[in-house]
Design a protein around this ligand. Structure first.
Ligand code: 13P
Length: 256
């Protein structure tokens, strides 16, 4: 079956001193978790912290990811960072297409398709984010929007081995308002059936689909128990060692 992945998206938070304290706290708490081997743990700090955090996680089970990447390998792209640079810094994962990148930085599906390909081509794992806005959900457009976001970026010729999808309803991000277990499961199941159309049934069963959007220790257990919820992409709660570790612990204790 699919191994759970609990990923922390730090967004634009933490100085070096704060980051060291956070990672030390996570390390201290997760060694106490039974079955920690059943969960993949990932932190995605901002760029300036990648190299020191690669050191800070050394010798632990924690993996390192970035929050964005440029799709070109190198060149005159002021302010950007390439996939090979991220790999060089110790990253194994890159978040692509977060709703904040789509909304605040104008990243569209066509650009995100290039970015996902660049990440996979660079042998890193892409965590491709999809999600509907509140207006879209209220207008019953959720299925259509998610389907289009997946279809525009995920294609049969894209390697499924290092592909993760994250469903993050925009209205649930940073709002304290989380999707119900039924809402999350319904979208996750729809994404998986679309993956079965793109690849095949067996491959669709191997690709992890994470939930993100106000996931906290008090709601993570129920969400993670849903058959098609394979982990979480955590924002606010990953900035606290105890909250993030508590979610990891819940993921380790879920049996499906
Ligand atoms: P919150 O957990 O703060 O809602 O953020 C979710 C998110 O955007 C993770 O990428």
């Amino acid at each position: 079956m699919r191994k759970a992945l609990i990923a922390g998206n730090w967004k634009m938070n933490k100085t070096l001193a704060e980051a060291r304290e956070l990672v030390a706290g996570i390390r201290e708490q997760i060694v106490k978790i039974n079955n920690i081997g059943d969960v993949d743990v990932l932190i995605c700090p901002p760029f300036q912290l990648l190299m020191p955090m690669a050191k800070a996680i050394d010798g632990s089970c924690i993996m390192l990811g970035a929050q964005n990447a440029h799709h070109e390998p190198f060149g005159a792209f002021t302010g950007e960072v390439s996939v090979s640079m991220l790999k060089d810094a110790g990253c194994t994962h890159v978040i692509i297409g977060h709703s904040e990148r789509r909304r605040l930085f104008g990243e569209d599906n066509a650009l995100l398709a290039k970015k996902v390909r660049a990440v996979l081509h660079g042998d890193l794992t892409a965590i491709y984010c999809v999600g509907e806005t509140l207006e879209e959900r209220e207008a019953n457009q959720t299925d259509r929007v998610i389907r289009a976001q997946v279809a525009a970026v995920i294609a049969r010729d894209i390697s499924s081995d290092r592909l993760v999808i994250a469903y993050e309803p925009v209205w649930a991000i940073g709002t304290g308002r989380t999707a119900t277990t039924e809402q999350a499961q319904a979208v996750h199941a729809a994404i998986r059936s679309q993956l079965a159309e793109i690849y095949d049934l067996a491959i669709s069963k191997k690709i992890r689909v994470l939930y993100g959007g106000s996931m906290k220790p008090d709601n993570a257990g129920q969400l993670l128990q849903q058959p098609d919820v394979d982990g979480g992409l955590i924002g606010g709660a990953c900035l606290s060692a105890s909250d993030f570790s508590a979610i990891i612990s819940l993921a380790a204790s879920v049996s499906k």
